[in-house]
Design a protein around this ligand. Structure first.
Ligand SMILES: C[S@@+](CC[C@H](N)C(=O)[O-])C[C@H]1O[C@@H](n2cnc3c(N)ncnc32)[C@H](O)[C@@H]1O
Length: 302
């Protein structure tokens, strides 16, 4: 969309790459925030969640999220993983990590610096893979474009053969991004013993606002599948209006395989119509417009 720069998107920021960005200063929900960017002589309006379009412009994701909105999550989550492993006298150098919702590779870059033995990125967007290989190809042993809820057999075999013992998922578990069932599938692809590190907006772990993720974590903990090792509340980034947004970073160990019933939709009361329903008595989490209730997107593998 070509537009005139909006008066509400005040304060213009020039970037190293030579384009200009104006953030919307209204207080909007995180999935509605937007900015205007001048690329050459044209202004374009993008939502912060228009990842495909943002990744297509080299450096734009970093300029908006890291520099203007001061996002710290890749570094914060990976450093909590490093600290928890150091406390347990576990070397990170043995980790073979599946980075779920890998985007353009900022988390994988942090992992490489730990260091770890292996990193495979997975994202649902081909544009994420293109950007990651364009900007941080050295961070990846492989990067596949896939929907974990609809994996072709050969992709699943490839992922299982990689024998992951680490899972990261940063800034991707809310606002219609990665559904709980896909997170559970990723956890199933990790061997036990293994490590997981992820973050989630703090309100998503509050009982009254829980859309099922907190209950999933509770269930995984109670059944002994995971053991909580560390968590930290921190400022993930600021909103476009400049307000702090707090997230919780979580590090846990995978202790045992996920019971079959939790993974099998329809056969188990945890799932209803393919959606997680962790407390059948309550009728499950409220409806949200997320990918869980949408048909699987068509994606290409690798
Ligand atoms: C905010 S970005 C975070 C990227 C990276 N983890 C980071 O912290 O820089 C969220 C990413 O999750 C990806 N994503 C959303 N839904 C997904 C799904 N169902 N499966 C895999 N990736 C998904 C998006 O395409 C996007 O690249």
């Amino acid at each position: 969309m070509s537009i005139e720069a909006s008066p509400r998107a005040n304060r213009s920021h020039s970037t190293r790459n030579g384009y200009e960005i104006r953030l919307c200063r209204d207080s909007l929900s995180q999935d509605s925030e937007w900015f205007d960017v001048r690329l050459g002589s044209r202004w374009q309006r993008l939502r912060l969640h228009d990842y495909d379009k943002i990744y297509a412009v080299p450096g734009l994701y970093e300029a908006v999220y890291n520099r203007l909105l001061r996002c710290t999550s890749p570094e914060r989550v990976v450093s909590l993983l490093r600290e928890a492993m150091a406390d347990g006298h576990e070397p990170t150098g043995n980790l073979r990590v599946l980075d779920l919702g890998a985007g353009n590779g900022l988390v994988s870059e942090e992992l490489r610096c730990l260091p770890v033995a292996k990193v495979l990125g997975v994202d649902i967007l081909p544009e994420a893979r293109q950007a990651a290989l364009r900007d941080r190809g050295w961070c990846f042993d492989d990067y596949i474009v896939a929907n974990l809820l609809d994996l072709p057999e050969e992709t699943e075999a490839l992922l299982r053969n990689a024998r992951f013992n680490g899972l990261t998922c940063v800034a991707a578990l809310d606002f219609g991004d990665i559904p709980k069932t896909a997170f559970l599938k990723a956890l199933d692809l990790i061997e036990a013993p293994g490590w997981l590190a992820f973050n989630v907006k703090e309100t998503f772990l509050q009982e009254e606002l829980d859309d099922g993720f907190a209950r999933l974590l509770g269930q995984l903990t109670r059944t002994g599948v995971i053991k909580l090792q560390a968590y930290r509340r921190y400022q993930h980034r600021v909103s476009c209006a400049g307000q702090p947004l707090h997230y919780i970073a979580v590090v846990a160990t995978k202790e045992r395989v996920i019971p079959h019933g939790m993974l099998a939709p329809r056969l188990d009361p945890l799932h209803r119509n393919g959606r997680l329903c962790l407390d059948p008595a309550l009728g499950g989490p409220p409806e949200r417009a997320s990918q869980e209730s949408r048909p699987a997107k068509s994606v290409t593998s690798k």
